[in-house]
Design a binder for this molecule. Structure first.
Ligand code: AMP
Ligand code: MG
Length: 316
């Protein structure tokens, strides 16, 4: 074990942590714990397994098979079935704010492209045509998606994977760990020194000189953030980011800069953050409360609001 300074998502703490990093799900994933690096590497290998199961661009993945089934039923793994079950539930509860059938629209915007562009209105309308969630039939591990529809689990899969990685580490006897899957943070137990983990909530670029605007204390919990700064492009002074409003077909523009959900299951927290982002502050807070999750909203005017009783320290 190396003796070095661990960085717990923003707050420097002098504890003995080993870390491994890997690039999956289009983002950097960091696993840290006071254990042999080989255990962390085994956990990271699990990320590769889930990537190959859930990525829409990996041929043979569950999602790739669903999207290429031409309307026929497809057998999927229990993992994928669970993610889609939650996505459909939160999709309904959020009145379609979380919509995994927005795949054609997400592909059209392709905010990660080298030369991204703003699509034409006619293209946007066309891409939104096949996004009626109620047409997806999920029965156990069998799913049927109409031929002209396809799914994208980008707004929810990382949360599920973070839960599984935490379970895996616990099964290997790890009782203290910090996982960060590109903003999906899961804590296992407490820090090695017995203190709660400190999770920094990232400041949106350009709005503030400091890296983090708040710190949330956590143990055996998930702290998941969706932010406009994560992915997107700027054109003529407008920020086009990666969370799309299923009503307009454009990136959400409701004054929300970032939203964080805090609660026991990272899958739920991830699904909620995407839905809450679309719903905006009031309806978003209500949705989180319905599921027993706490939340933090950071708005474009710099205001910050959070659930009563949340263990949070504002820095900015
Ligand atoms: P997150 O960072 O968890 O909020 O997820 C954002 C990702 O979810 C995007 O990169 C898209 O792949 C996908 N996405 C964007 N808008 C939506 C939406 N309204 N419903 C479901 N998934 C979405
Ligand atoms: Mg999400």
């Amino acid at each position: 074990m190396q003796d070095k300074e661990g960085t717990a998502s923003g707050t420097r703490i002098a504890v003995e942590l080993n870390s491994v990093k890997g690039f999956f799900f289009d983002t950097i994933n960091t696993l840290s714990a006071p254990v042999d690096k080989r255990i962390l590497q085994d956990a990271l290998d699990q990320c590769a397994f889930y990537n190959d199961l859930l990525s829409k661009t990996v041929p043979g993945s569950d999602v790739h098979r669903i999207n290429n089934a031409a309307g026929k039923p497809v057998q999927i793994s229990a993992h994928t079935a669970r993610i889609i079950e939650v996505a459909l539930d939160i999709g309904r509860q959020s009145k379609g704010a979380l919509n995994i059938a927005l795949e054609p629209l997400i592909r059209l915007w392709d905010v990660r492209a080298q030369n991204p562009r703003v699509p034409k209105e006619s293209e946007i309308q066309e891409a939104m045509r096949g996004s009626d969630l109620s047409l997806i039939e999920l029965d156990g591990q069998t799913i049927r998606v109409p031929e002209d529809m396809s799914v994208d689990l980008g707004g929810i899969a990382k949360g599920y994977i973070a839960d599984r990685i935490a379970d895996y580490l616990r099964s290997r006897g790890v009782n203290s760990a910090l996982l960060n899957l590109g903003g999906n943070v899961v804590t296992v137990g407490k820090r090695p020194d017995g203190q709660l983990w400190s999770i920094g909530l990232q400041s949106p670029e350009g709005l503030s000189g400091v890296e983090y605007f708040a710190v949330v204390s956590s143990s055996d919990n998930s702290v998941v953030t969706s932010g406009v700064y994560e992915r997107g492009f700027d054109l003529d002074g407008v920020r086009y980011h990666h969370i799309l409003d299923p009503r307009s077909g454009y990136p959400v523009s409701n004054g929300v800069v970032s939203v964080t959900a805090i609660g026991s299951e990272s899958l739920m927290a991830d699904a909620l953050t995407t839905a809450m982002f679309v719903l905006g502050k009031n309806a978003g807070e209500q949705l989180a409360a319905r599921y027993g999750y706490q939340c933090v909203f950071r708005m474009a005017d710099g205001s910050i609001s959070y659930t009563d009783g949340l263990s949070i320290k504002l820095l900015a």
